[in-house]
Design a protein around this ligand. Structure first.
Ligand code: PMP
Length: 398
């Protein structure tokens, strides 16, 4: 049956980790990952998560199926986190939130929903964007185009280019937006820029699909969710938010995400939710219990929530300190041109290193970065920062 099946290329970023694992040099560093590592180079298990996990283990509850759209305590806590406590949209019953298999699952289920409701659907994604955006929307039947986003020469957002490209899109086009901590560039919009984008989306009748995979990783929970608030306040009647707890709860393998669909009124919202349930029923039937119970347990407890907010704050403060440390070290070594790394947000940075320089970093120093020059700042620590800075300085001079 499979005689004619040909091998397809593997995921380039996951392939990088395989190459890193096979490298025997003790000084090797993996900056290619999309994971937050702590100071000891490990994925943290947050204290708040550990506590709720112990409580749940002690309760030893049976494992029945969850409803198709997930654990109610999880979806309602998520809705509040994503849209804010005082959201008028939530109060009006216009937001249908569904538990999904990670943020990726939210993107795919959201894309399936739109593909059912918008025939000949087109999505515009930023250039560049997280690699999987193109793949997920293509798999759901979308035509994928891109809009200008990054100015490589200035190492920052090309906002005029972005507005100009968005204005050219046909009404009804879906526009995929990164709420914060843009992956892969680290270049985000300011609040004023979000207002301009939201006004443009409304005027041109474009459909916002906001991907929020890093809420709380740059400025704070509410601050990083500002794009959602601004799109809501712009009076756009329907949009989607896909969010993930993989990073903010350090729960990568538990696959905890959610899809929130905003509709024009409560009746539309209920109809949309019925379609989402049908889509999920035919893919994986219902989501898994454990990760959602952890997140709901933490968000639902005053004490654990405060603990989590503090731990999340520590993660973002550490990322900012690592950015500052890398920039200071590079300047000290005579490479002040990397100062822009400190202005970027979240785990990732487009370092400006070329593909050839990335290859040299790997071959000569055992430092692994993505071919585009993307590095994961959260994979740095005090033990490898000097080594990385020296290597980056050396390859940038070669
Ligand atoms: N969107 C973006 C921008 C991401 O970077 C990621 C994770 N790397 C996701 C979505 C998916 O998150 P999850 O791991 O929860 O599926």
């Amino acid at each position: 049956f499979f005689a004619t099946v040909e091998q397809v290329p593997g995921d380039p970023i996951l392939g990088l980790t395989d190459a890193y694992n096979a490298d025997t040099r003790p000084t090797k560093v993996n900056l290619g990952v999309g994971i937050y590592y702590d100071e000891s180079g490990r994925i943290p298990l947050l204290r708040a998560v550990k506590q709720i996990e112990q409580q749940l283990a002690a309760e030893a509850k049976p494992r029945g199926y969850l409803p198709i759209d997930g654990l109610a305590a999880y979806t309602s806590a998520t809705r509040e986190l994503v849209f804010g406590k005082d959201s008028e949209l939530v109060a009006a019953g216009r937001v249908a939130t569904t538990q999904t298999v990670g943020g990726s699952g939210a993107l795919r289920v959201g894309a399936e929903l739109l593909a059912h409701t918008l025939p000949h659907a087109t999505v515009a994604i930023s250039n560049p964007s997280w690699e999987n955006h193109r793949a997920v929307f293509t798999a759901a039947g979308f035509k994928v185009v891109d809009y200008t986003y990054f100015d490589a020469a200035r190492h920052g957002l090309d906002f005029d280019g972005m507005l100009a490209d968005l204005a050219k899109l046909a009404p009804g086009t879906t526009v995929l937006l990164h709420a914060c901590c843009h992956n892969p560039t680290g270049a985000d919009l300011t609040e004023a820029q979000w207002k301009q984008v939201a006004a443009l989306l409304k005027e041109h009748q474009l459909f916002p699909f906001i991907d929020m995979a890093y809420q709380g990783f740059d400025k704070g929970i509410a601050e990083d969710g500002v794009a959602v608030r601004i799109v809501a306040e712009a009076g756009i009647d329907s949009f989607i938010v896909a969010n993930s707890y993989s990073k903010s709860f350090s729960l990568y393998g538990e696959r905890v995400g959610a899809l929130s669909v905003v509709a024009a009124d409560a009746a539309q919202s209920r109809a949309v939710q019925s379609h989402i349930k049908r889509i999920i029923r035919t893919i994986y039937s219902s989501p898994s219990t454990h990760g959602a119970a952890l997140v709901a347990g933490v968000l639902g407890s005053t004490e654990l929530r405060a603990m989590w907010e503090e731990e999340l704050g520590q993660m973002r403060t550490r990322i900012h300190a690592l950015r500052a440390g890398l920039v200071a070290k590079l300047a000290e070594l005579g490479a002040p041109e990397f100062a822009f790394i400190q202005q970027q947000a979240g785990m990732f940075s487009y370092s400006g290193l070329s593909r050839a320089q990335v290859d040299t970093l790997r071959d000569e120093y055992g430092i692994y970065a993505v071919g585009t020059g993307r590095i994961c700042v959260a994979a740095l620590n005090q033990g490898n920062l000097d080594y990385v800075a020296k290597a980056v300085c050396a390859v940038s001079r070669s």
